[in-house]
Write a protein that binds this ligand. Structure first.
Ligand SMILES: [Zn+2]
Length: 187
């Protein structure tokens, strides 16, 4: 049975993927929440559980192929593809955007499910969709583990996420956690 959002959230908190506190993010902003996807993806048994749900929620789409962007998306693509008994392919960073490189072949019109770990701006998903199109594949759906985007992102194909994460970001000089002297963790 597919887990509900709260069960997924509890699993991700337990695995320390979702961390609460006071964090300085790469971008320089402060936040009350930090996501460390590799606290999930380093554990094959946990990744298996999560990817089984992605499979269950997308199986009506009947993809021929699963594609994920490096790095986390590649691991997820592999595990989701195992459920489907289809191939998984990696979309790697290129000079501009992403590319389906190596000796990977996508047959014209092959139906592709694009998967990734965390949705923030959607950039890596859009780049992966373009890479699939450039390789003559047809993207038929998007599946994400955790959606932490600040506003809805439209991919123009069916998309699912297992859990929605709402977080607060603050500029350093306006951060209430700094004002309260909550210890800061630099990520
Ligand atoms: Zn702060």
């Amino acid at each position: 049975m597919v887990k509900n959002q709260e069960e997924i959230r509890a699993l991700l908190i337990d695995a320390k993927v979702i961390q609460s506190g006071h964090f300085k993010l790469n971008s320089g902003v402060h936040s009350n929440t930090y996501l460390e996807k590799f606290n999930l993806l380093q554990w094959p048994d946990l990744t298996e559980i999560i990817c089984k749900d992605i499979y269950e929620l997308t199986k009506d789409l009947q993809p021929d192929l699963i594609v994920g962007p490096t790095t986390g998306g590649a691991i997820i693509a592999y595990e989701v593809a195992r459920n489907y008994r289809v191939r998984s392919i990696i979309a790697e960073k290129a000079e501009k955007g992403r590319t389906i490189g190596r000796d990977y072949l996508i047959k014209p019109g092959e139906k592709v499910l694009v998967v990734d770990d965390i949705l923030t701006s959607g950039q890596s998903i859009f780049e992966t969709m373009d890479a699939v199109k450039n390789a003559n594949g047809t993207v038929i759906g998007i599946a994400i583990i955790a959606d932490r985007s600040m506003q809805p992102i439209h991919f123009n194909v069916p998309s699912i996420s297992l859990v929605k994460i709402t977080l607060e970001n603050y500029e350093e000089n306006e951060c209430p956690l700094c004002k309260d002297n909550v210890p800061l963790k630099v990520t």
